[in-house]
Design a protein around this ligand. Structure first.
Ligand SMILES: [Ca+2]
Ligand SMILES: [Ca+2]
Ligand SMILES: [Ca+2]
Length: 138
């Protein structure tokens, strides 16, 4: 079971890398990023239910001061669950730094994700992020 889960994560990571390439091509054409449409467009930031960009995710084009009224929307584990305090990984598909906070309205502890980076939230942030901003909110 464990090996199967690890393989599944690996495959999904490859898919995420593929998405990065596809997105870069898309930017050559007029951008049509749409907030929370289930597709991670360029300039958006995703929060994923599981680590390694796995499970259901939601794509954010704009700041979210409250993640308690957002749900994971794409197909996959965690779909329909509240995003607040529930994301284990992220994908910053933007050309600017995104900031994450453990509290709503940029409260709590601040973390930041450099442009075009993805990964798992570290201890202290995993399943604890409650608001996100594409600029330092402080
Ligand atoms: Ca989108
Ligand atoms: Ca919200
Ligand atoms: Ca929190």
């Amino acid at each position: 079971m464990k090996n199967t889960a690890a393989l599944r994560r690996t495959l999904r990571t490859v898919v995420a890398l593929g998405a990065l390439g596809a997105g870069a091509l898309v930017t050559a054409a007029p951008a049509t990023a749409a907030n929370k449409d289930g597709h991670l467009d360029y300039h958006e930031f995703s929060l994923n239910f599981q680590d390694s960009q796995a499970g259901s995710f939601t794509d954010f084009l704009y700041d979210e001061s409250l993640l308690s009224n957002d749900r994971f929307i794409t197909a996959g584990d965690g779909r329909g669950q509240i995003v607040d305090n529930n994301a284990e990984s992220y994908f910053n598909f933007d050309n600017v730094t995104w900031y994450v906070y453990t509290g709503s309205y940029h409260g709590g502890v601040e973390g930041w994700i450099p442009a075009e980076h993805w990964g798992d939230f570290s201890t202290g942030f995993t399943n604890q992020v409650s608001s996100i901003y594409d600029n330092d909110a402080n």
